[in-house]
Design a protein around this ligand. Sequence first.
Ligand SMILES: *[C@@H]1O[C@H](CO)[C@@H](O)[C@H](O)[C@H]1NC(C)=O
Ligand SMILES: *[C@@H]1O[C@H](CO)[C@@H](O)[C@H](O)[C@H]1NC(C)=O
Ligand SMILES: *[C@@H]1O[C@H](CO)[C@@H](O)[C@H](O)[C@H]1NC(C)=O
Ligand SMILES: *[C@@H]1O[C@H](CO)[C@@H](O)[C@H](O)[C@H]1NC(C)=O
Ligand SMILES: *[C@@H]1O[C@H](CO)[C@@H](O)[C@H](O)[C@H]1NC(C)=O
Ligand SMILES: *[C@@H]1O[C@H](CO)[C@@H](O)[C@H](O)[C@H]1NC(C)=O
Ligand SMILES: [Cu+2]
Length: 556
Amino acid sequence: MSNSRVLFLTLFLSLALTTFAEIHNYEFKVLEQAANRLCKNHRIVNVNGQFPGPTLDVRDGDTVAVKVTNACKFNVTIHWHGVRNLRNPWADGPEMVTQCPIQTGGTYTYRITIQGQEGTLWWHAHSKWLRATVYGALIIRPKAGSSYPFPTPKVEFPVILGEWWDRRVISVLRQALFSGAAPNISDAITINGQPGDLFRCSTQGTTKLTVNQGDTVLLRVINAALNQQLFFSVANHKLTVVATDAVYTKQFTTNVIMLGPGQTTDVLLTADQQPGRYYMAARAYATAQNAPFDNTTGTAILQYKSATSQPILPQLPFYNDTNTVTVFSNQIKSPGEVSVPKKVDDSLFFAVGLGFFNCTPGPRCQGPNNTRFAASMNNVSFILPKKTSILQAYAQNIPNIYTTDFPPVPPVQFDYTGNVPRGLWQPVKGTKLTKLKFGSNVQIILQDTSIFSTEDHPVHIHGYNFYIVGQGFGNFNPSRDTPNFNLVDPPKRNTIDVPVGGWAAIRFVADNPGIWFMHCHIDTHLVWGFATAFLVENGVGELETLLPPPFDLPQC
Ligand SMILES: *[C@@H]1O[C@H](CO)[C@@H](O)[C@H](O)[C@H]1NC(C)=O
Ligand SMILES: *[C@@H]1O[C@H](CO)[C@@H](O)[C@H](O)[C@H]1NC(C)=O
Ligand SMILES: *[C@@H]1O[C@H](CO)[C@@H](O)[C@H](O)[C@H]1NC(C)=O
Ligand SMILES: *[C@@H]1O[C@H](CO)[C@@H](O)[C@H](O)[C@H]1NC(C)=O
Ligand SMILES: *[C@@H]1O[C@H](CO)[C@@H](O)[C@H](O)[C@H]1NC(C)=O
Ligand SMILES: *[C@@H]1O[C@H](CO)[C@@H](O)[C@H](O)[C@H]1NC(C)=O
Ligand SMILES: [Cu+2]
C-alpha cells in the first residue's frame, strides 16, 4: 500500500472511531390529503403521506439534515422540539420568530445538531395550527459504544398522543380568530393518529403493539396534542419512568403519567401479566373552571402474542385530579447531583395566563360579555411580526420589528391567584423580548393567574433545557419558597407544566446565542398571545457567536 493510502486509511479509521457521528439526510414533503377517521373523510396536512409523520432515528452527536418541500397550499415551518441547536436558531423553525415560512412550492433544509441529549423528542409544524396533524417522533439513542442507563429493552415503541377534529383544523382556528371566542374542542384523543376502537369506525385502524410474555418494553410517550394535558396509563401494567424531554431521570414506578402538550416521557414496562390484551389509554387532565374540554378516551392495544381476549381498560384519574399530578411530578428528579446555577444574575418573574380585549358588540366580539379572548405574559399579549422574522431582523439590523423592553416583573403587582379586579384583565399588545448576556445565570418564576380561570400551562423554551428548582400552589413567596428550592437533583426539561393556580421556578445558563421563543404549548393560548422571546447576545469568540444564516433561508 502506498504511503498516502495508509495515511488516508488511518485518518478515515481514526475519524470513524473517535467520533462515530453520522449525518442523516431526510426528505419531508408537506402535503394535503384526505384522511378517514370517525366515519368521515376530510383533508389533513401531513408529511410524506404519513400520519403521524416519519420517525427520525438518530444518535447523540449526530447531524441531521431535513429537506422540507412545501407541496400544500398553506405556509409551513417545522420545529425540532427540544433540540438545542447550539448557536443555530436558523434551524429552530417557529414562524416569524426565527424564519419566514416556507411558502407553497418552496424548500428549506433544516441542519440540526444533536449534542448531549438522549431519549425522546419530537418534531412538529410551527405555523398556525398545522401541528395538529404535522408531527412525528425524534428518537435519540446513546452514542455508538455506549448504552442506556437500564437494561436494553426487547421492544421499543413510540406512543404519540394527539387530538383529532372532525373538521379541518384551519377552519376551527379561523372561526375562533374571527369571533374572538374559544375554538371548538377536539372530537377525539388519538394514539399514533388513531382514536382507538372505543370510537365509531375505528376498530380497523386501532394502534396495536404485540409483545411476548416476559419482554421489557420501552414506550416513548409524546404529548403532541394541540390543547390538552393528558393522563396515560396501561391496564394492569406498572410504568417505570426513565427519562423526560430527552433527559434521564431517577427511575420510579407509577400506574399513571401526565404530560402537558410538548412534553415527552420514556417509560419501561414488563409484559409480566397473563397473556391477554390490555388497553393503553389517554384522557384529559383539565383544570380551567367552566371551560369545555375533550373528555374522550384514546386507546391503543398492548397484546401478548396470540392473545385474542377482549382488552381491559386501565382506570384513569378524574379529569381534575391535580393531587395525582402533583404526586407524579414531584417524583421526577435528575438521577444524581447536577450542576444547577447557584448564583442568579437575571431574576425574572413572569405572571402568565388569560385575559380579554374589550370590543364593540358584533360578530367579531363573541368572547364572554362582549370581549375577545387574549392571553399574556406580564400583561404583554405577544404579536408575531409580519414583515420579517425576529431573528432575521436581529441578524440584519432591520428596525421596528421588535423591542427588548419585556417587563422583568409584572408591571402591576396584584394577588395573582386571588380575586383579580376586572380593571386588570385587559393586556397590551406587543412584540417584546428580554435581552440576556451570554453566560448569564437566569431564574424565572412562572406565576399562574386567576384572570378568567386558573389553569395549568405547559410553558416551553426553545433552544434550552432548564432545571425546575421549585413548584407550588398559590402566589410565589420568595422568603418562604426560595429556601426550599432543590439545587441538588432537580429535573431538567424543555417544557414545564406550571401547576394550576400555582408557580414554578426554573433556572438555566444563557449559553445559546440568538433568538429563542418561549410560549405556552397550548396552541389556543399561543395564538391569543401567551408568548415572548429571549435575545441572547453573543459571548466571546466564534464558539459563543450566532452562526450566519444559511443560503436557503426563506424570505418573506
Ligand atoms: C364549532 O361548533 C359549533 C357548535 O357545535 C358548530 O356550529 C360550528 O360549525 C363548529 N365550527 C367548526 C369550524 O368546526
Ligand atoms: C369524562 O369521561 C369519564 C369516562 O367516560 C366520565 O366518567 C366522566 O364523568 C366524564 N367527565 C366529564 C366532566 O364529562
Ligand atoms: C372534580 O370534579 C368533580 C365532579 O365534576 C367534583 O365533584 C370534585 O369536587 C372535583 N375535584 C376537585 C379536586 O376539584
Ligand atoms: C360576565 O358577566 C356576568 C354578569 O356580570 C358575570 O357574572 C361573569 O363572571 C362575567 N364573565 C366574564 C368572563 O367576565
Ligand atoms: C395591563 O395594561 C393595561 C393597559 O395599561 C391595564 O389597563 C391593565 O390593568 C394591565 N393589567 C395588568 C395585570 O397589569
Ligand atoms: C405566507 O407567507 C408570505 C411570506 O411571509 C406572506 O406574505 C403571506 O401573507 C403568507 N400567507 C398566509 C396565508 O399567511
Ligand atoms: Cu397555556
